[in-house]
Design a protein around this ligand. Structure first.
Ligand code: VGL
Ligand code: ZN
Length: 197
């Protein structure tokens, strides 16, 4: 079985000092770098929003970060402005190895957020990653990165539902953990058949 490492959103804005910092986010860099050589392919994802993106609280007058809003595709958490295309916050952590096979960007459509590396938050617009994996014969994936309870969680569940063999290395992930979202994410991943290692 051909095995890909998918490194989710190890970007400055998700690391300490960033706009949507995840506690200990930078701690994943060294273990991820060390893992890269063990896989047949390495894929990095990059959260990549236009300024004024609809997932930003600042785009909704009267709303604050971490409040919820109803979008046409369902409930959506509102975030601080983060990972704006071309900014330093959207860049990969400077210590991360970026000699990857593929970098896939997501969240670049203004009207829709994208947590998963496979589908946007309407759960139907594909990013193209499944086609890439299929055409390269990559049927097994290990996921690492940020944030465990959002982009890693949604990517892992989608990967399992698409029929891939999925492992999440929790030691190389860190989470946001709002309102019990870490426990819920771990439960949802297990239910989907993801192996948590
Ligand atoms: C993420 C919230 C908003 C993530 C991205 O990478 O987990 N979370 N955008
Ligand atoms: Zn985002």
């Amino acid at each position: 079985m051909t095995h890909a490492l998918i490194v989710i959103d190890v970007q400055n804005d998700f690391c300490p000092g960033g706009a949507l910092a995840v506690a200990g986010g930078d701690e994943v860099v060294a273990p991820i770098n060390a893992m890269m050589g063990d896989f047949d392919a390495v894929i990095l994802t990059q959260d990549w929003h236009p300024a004024g993106h609809s997932s930003f609280a600042s785009s909704h007058p009267g709303k604050a970060p971490f409040e919820m809003i109803d979008m046409p595709y369902g409930p959506q958490v509102l975030w601080p402005d983060h990972c704006v295309q071309g900014t330093d916050g959207a860049a990969f952590h400077p210590g991360l190895r970026t000699d990857a096979d593929l970098i896939i960007r997501k969240g670049f459509r203004s009207a829709i957020d994208s947590y998963s590396a496979f589908f946007e938050n309407d759960r139907e617009t594909p990013t193209g990653l499944k086609g890439y994996l299929d055409t390269r014969g990559l049927s097994k994936v290990t996921l690492v990165g940020l944030a465990t309870d959002f982009c890693v969680h949604y990517s892992a569940v989608d990967a399992a539902q698409l029929g891939l063999d999925v492992i999440v290395r929790l030691d190389a992930c860190r989470g946001i953990d709002m309102d019990g979202s870490m426990a819920a994410a771990e439960q949802a991943m297990r239910t989907a058949g993801v192996v948590l290692a």
